[in-house]
Design a protein around this ligand. Structure first.
Ligand code: SIN
Length: 314
């Protein structure tokens, strides 16, 4: 089952010769599959879940996607799912699906860096590769497939703004690769954990996600940014919910400018949860005993933010 959500893979350029000027999320998923052969022994179906540029991903689309994944994964004759998605927030959707569903079947997100009508479009090959992974016996968990690489949901991160090979799994490494339709695995598939049924229920019914913001530490930082974020009067003025959590995208090993540190301390004292991550693309933060701001171990700032939102929902 191929679920379409939009992205550049469904994008259309004004001219096939210049793929830089295009609109994402234009072509229906059924059309993306025209001419694609189903993996041997399987039938291919598709469903349009959303049609968005993934920079605009929101709770409503995530809910619909979760519901359709739950529905299709429960069908005994469904071997696996492929989700066509924009590259920009693919890692967030992948993390959410793996954390909440922890599926025993493969759920493979794929994408493209060039629009569907570009002369050198990369979407069709990515989609073929994703189908090959989804059809692989024993494959499981939420995966991303792009440029011939298979990456795990917890590790995948977009690291390049324009290269076709735009993703990395950092130090965790790729799960494998797809070459000429053959899946070669280097690491274990993501392990199925206990599906978070209660969390799914809350996610599907909560009026909104708890508000968690990311604060970047940098040279000459100013603590007033954090004070303004957690000031309930500011939230009220903008009709926004109060901030319940802050994720620090710290420097290097998760360190923080002293001005921000003082402001984060004030926020924490006022009941706001603070999690520490690093703005570095690679490397794991190690939790240390008695640390003031707990570490989001192994998670990038955007994934740490989602993890904290889900924890607050629980
Ligand atoms: C998007 O994320 O929807 C647009 C960009 C892309 O898919 O590469």
């Amino acid at each position: 089952m191929v679920l379409g959500t939009g992205g550049t893979i469904a994008g259309l350029a004004t001219s096939a010769a210049d793929s830089r000027d295009y609109l994402a999320a234009q072509k229906p998923v059924a059309e993306l599959m025209t001419g694609l052969a189903a993996p041997s022994g399987f039938a291919l179906l598709s469903e349009q879940v959303a049609q968005i540029d993934s920079k605009d991903m929101d709770l409503a689309v995530w809910r619909k996607l979760l519901q359709r994944c739950v529905h299709w994964l429960a069908q005994a004759d469904v071997q696996g799912l492929v989700i066509t998605h924009g590259t920009d927030t693919l890692e967030e959707t992948a993390f959410l699906l793996q954390t909440v569903l922890a599926p025993r079947k493969p759920v493979v997100l794929t994408c493209a860096m060039r629009p569907a009508n570009a002369a050198d479009a990369d979407g069709p090959q990515n989609l073929r590769d994703a189908l090959a992974v989804a059809a692989t016996a024993g494959a499981q968990g939420v995966l991303a497939v792009c440029a011939g690489r298979i990456l795990g949901a917890l590790d995948v991160q977009k690291v390049h703004s324009s290269r076709l090979d735009a993703f990395s799994a950092g130090e965790a490494g790729d799960i494998g690769r797809v070459q000429q339709g053959r899946v070669e695995r280097q690491r274990d598939w993501p392990q199925p954990r206990v599906p978070q049924e209660m969390l799914l229920e809350v996610l599907l019914t909560a009026p909104a996600l708890p508000r968690v913001e990311i604060v970047l530490s940098h040279a000459a930082a100013c603590g007033a940014t954090v004070d303004a974020l957690v000031d309930p009067a500011v939230a009220t003025r903008y009709g926004a919910p109060p901030v319940r959590g802050l994720v620090l995208a710290g420097t290097g090993g998760g360190t923080v400018h002293h001005e921000l540190e003082a402001a984060l301390r004030r926020a924490q004292a006022a009941g706001v949860r603070v999690l520490r991550s690093t703005r570095c693309a690679d490397g794991f933060l190690q939790p240390r005993p008695n640390e003031e701001f707990p570490v989001a171990a192994g998670l990038s700032p955007v994934k740490a933010r989602l993890a904290l939102m889900l924890e607050l929902l629980r």
